[in-house]
Design a protein around this ligand. Structure first.
Ligand code: ZN
Length: 172
């Protein structure tokens, strides 16, 4: 199986394709482009709309492939939606402004059910904050100060897992 196909499978791409894969400084970059003739989807109403323009390339940290740091590089399109106005398109691997890909967010969220934040961070060679960002990505507002303190305490205590369920209970 080609690297492109593996990347495609791990990201659930349909209207996008991997244009090229480059290894730069021990980092794997997956360059994604829209499929030809595929219309962008408005991120607000979810309908296909004509493209308005393209933004500068953005990068998302993705799940490591063969232990190599992997990033997704893509220039988001903006749509001219008659209902919502000019909006950035819906990007299937992206969640709002998070710089982590959805599959990576999902991986961290599953991991912290069994591992402490520190262990999850060590396993993936990322900072504790990256794990926290992945766990909190579904909350629009920044985490309240008491939640941050709780998360820090959980991370410090190696006998207590930074369980997602606990965090969700505190958040609600
Ligand atoms: Zn719209």
């Amino acid at each position: 199986m080609q690297l492109e196909s593996i990347a495609k499978k791990t990201m659930g791409l349909k209207s996008f394709r991997v244009e090229k894969v480059l290894v730069v400084d021990k980092q794997l970059n997956l360059y994604i482009v829209p499929r030809r003739r595929s219309l962008p989807v408005c991120s607000v109403c979810g309908r296909k709309r004509p493209m308005c323009d393209k933004l500068r390339p953005r990068s998302w940290r993705h799940v490591k492939l063969w232990g190599i740091e992997t990033f997704i590089i893509y220039s988001p399109r903006r749509v001219n939606c008659p209902v919502c106005g000019i909006k950035v398109e819906k990007i299937p691997w992206s969640m709002g402004k998070s710089s982590l890909s959805m599959p990576l967010i999902d991986t961290f969220q599953r991991m912290v059910k069994y591992l402490s934040f520190n262990d999850a961070a060590r396993l993936f060679d990322v900072s504790w904050n990256t794990v926290r960002a992945a766990v909190l990505v579904f909350f629009d507002a920044p985490a309240p100060a008491d939640v941050i303190i709780l998360l820090k305490n959980l991370a410090k205590n190696k006998y207590t897992s930074g369980s997602l369920a606990t965090i969700l209970r505190v958040q609600s």
